[in-house]
Design a protein around this ligand. Structure first.
Ligand code: HEM
Length: 445
């Protein structure tokens, strides 16, 4: 890739022979490969992406600013999601369609009314899980990711479908139908398995008809302003989105929300178990804020600052989504380099979070990095677990509420000790996931 006289330096990277598939496989996935490339070639790297030509990855938060307004994802990298969507792929719909949709999403997902409205239901689900763990504790270690992803899926189903679930289908059936769609449709895409495909299609039909049922109930009773600000389906409907787009949104929200939130909580518990001093600080804070209550109220969360810092530090070290991607809509100047329009630009979130220039001793778990003094002066894009710009995560604020609530409930009730003899290896499977789960001995405090 050569410049044209503006940023005229050539972007460094590995030799451009082959399609990069071998190097990527050898590194154990794109997230690891990006770490290696940036360690070897610096903050801006070009590399061949199998089947998609040449891509550029940017791990410097200051240079990233030049890309932060790009409002387009590369079609090809997200086409695996297309079978889930009836109204166009939400990950890649054009900016003119995406902008209005995003605004409605944010009007609900990012706002306090919706967090408060669902807080009691979330608390109930977290307490149920704690009860199940307490009953099972003596039988051996708990698999954190499995249980916490399931909890997150239950929460997001309640959030997206609300009380409509009682009339339109049971929450448990929605959760298991969604799991069928995930395993049969996405994880095994391309496998020639007519029975699996039939099961997935049946599950998808069930999920879509459940959303239709909730939508019909909404139309029947109309929605007030308060409901619109706390109710995703109501707000989408009031904004004039089509039923197909509403069904797609619910599915995409469930997909985007549950493993990400589940692993964020799991990694936090894992890191706290390995760092007793930090764990003691968080536990003391939870005890002080909750007093003799088992569960927090919504208003308590803002006082759980050590807990929030530990969660943020866990998402720095293990960003649930380890990278994102854009397609340059015009030439982009990146310091001495020019990236031509049409190039796939990667956001290597993991490499950004481990950039030693902004994160001294980057592998060390230190929640204090997120205290006000340590954060002052750090570039805005040095910490981007929820992505960048107009395609960043609409659920970030909700995810923080969910994760903090669950952590507070669990840390108030249990001691966590890593089950001995396990190796915890981060791998990418949609999210940054521990390959063999994280096994934890839990004991009531
Ligand atoms: C800890 C939990 C979560 C993490 C770390 C996370 C992270 C991310 C990341 C990295 C992206 C891609 C951003 C980019 O390309 O710049 C994304 C997209 C998205 N996330 Fe999240 N997410 C989380 C939870 C949630 C939740 C709870 C919801 C919804 C309730 C949600 C909804 C979405 C949606 C709809 C998108 C697509 C954005 C778009 O294309 O406009 N996420 N998320």
């Amino acid at each position: 890739m050569r410049g044209d006289g503006r940023g005229s330096s050539e972007i460094p990277g590995p030799p451009a022979d082959g399609d990069g598939g071998a190097a990527l496989a050898e590194a154990g996935g794109l997230h690891n490969y990006q770490l290696r490339l940036h360690a070897e070639y610096g903050p801006v790297v070009r590399f061949p992406l199998p089947g998609a030509g040449e891509a550029v990855s940017v791990a410097d938060p200051v240079l990233l600013e030049a890309t932060a307004r790009i409002d387009r994802r590369p079609e090809k990298l997200f086409e695996f999601l297309a079978p889930l969507q009836e109204s166009g792929n939400l990950q890649t719909i054009p900016a003119s369609e995406h902008g209005p949709w995003r605004r409605v999403m944010l009007s609900v997902l990012a706002g306090r009314p919706s967090h408060e409205a669902h807080f009691a239901a979330f608390t109930g689900l977290a307490s149920d899980l704690a009860d199940r763990w307490a009953a099972r504790a003596a039988e051996g270690p708990i698999a954190l990711q499995k249980d916490l992803s399931e909890l997150s899926l239950q929460m997001i189903c309640r959030y997206a479908l609300g009380s409509g679930l009682e009339s339109a289908g049971s929450a448990a059936r929605v959760v298991s139908a969604f799991e069928v769609v995930l395993t049969e449709y996405l994880a095994r895409a391309g496998a020639n398995d007519p029975e699996g495909t039939r099961r997935a299609e049946e599950a998808l039909t069930y999920l879509r008809s459940t959303v239709d049922g909730v939508l019909a109930a909404h139309r029947g009773r109309g929605t007030g302003e308060q409901a619109e600000r706390s109710d995703l389906i109501g707000a989408l409907s009031a904004a004039g989105e089509s039923p197909a787009r509403i069904r797609d949104t619910v599915l995409m929200t469930m997909l985007a929300a549950h493993h990400t939130t589940g692993v964020a909580i799991s990694w936090t518990l894992y890191l706290l178990a390995r760092h007793p001093d930090a764990a003691d600080r968080v536990r003391a804070e939870v005890d002080a804020v909750l007093g003799d209550r088992d569960v927090p109220e919504y208003g308590d969360l803002k006082r759980l600052t050590h807990l929030e810092m530990a969660l943020k530090e866990a998402m720095r070290l293990y960003p649930p989504g380890p990278y994102g991607a854009r397609e340059a809509t015009e030439d982009v100047e990146l310091g001495p380099y020019t990236v031509p329009a049409g190039t796939t630009i990667f956001y290597p979130f993991w490499a950004v979070h481990l950039n030693p220039e902004y994160w001294p001793d980057p592998q060390a778990f230190d929640p204090g990095r997120f205290g006000p003094e340590a954060s002052a002066g750090r570039p805005r894009l040095a910490y981007i677990p929820f992505g960048v710009g107009p395609r960043s995560c609409e659920g970030s604020a909700l995810a923080m509420v969910e994760a903090e609530l669950v952590l507070a409930v669990l840390l108030k009730r249990f001691r966590f000790d890593l089950a001995p003899g396990q190796t915890v290896t981060p791998v990418e499977r949609f999210v940054l996931w521990a390959a063999d789960d994280i096994l934890m001995d839990v004991a009531e405090r």
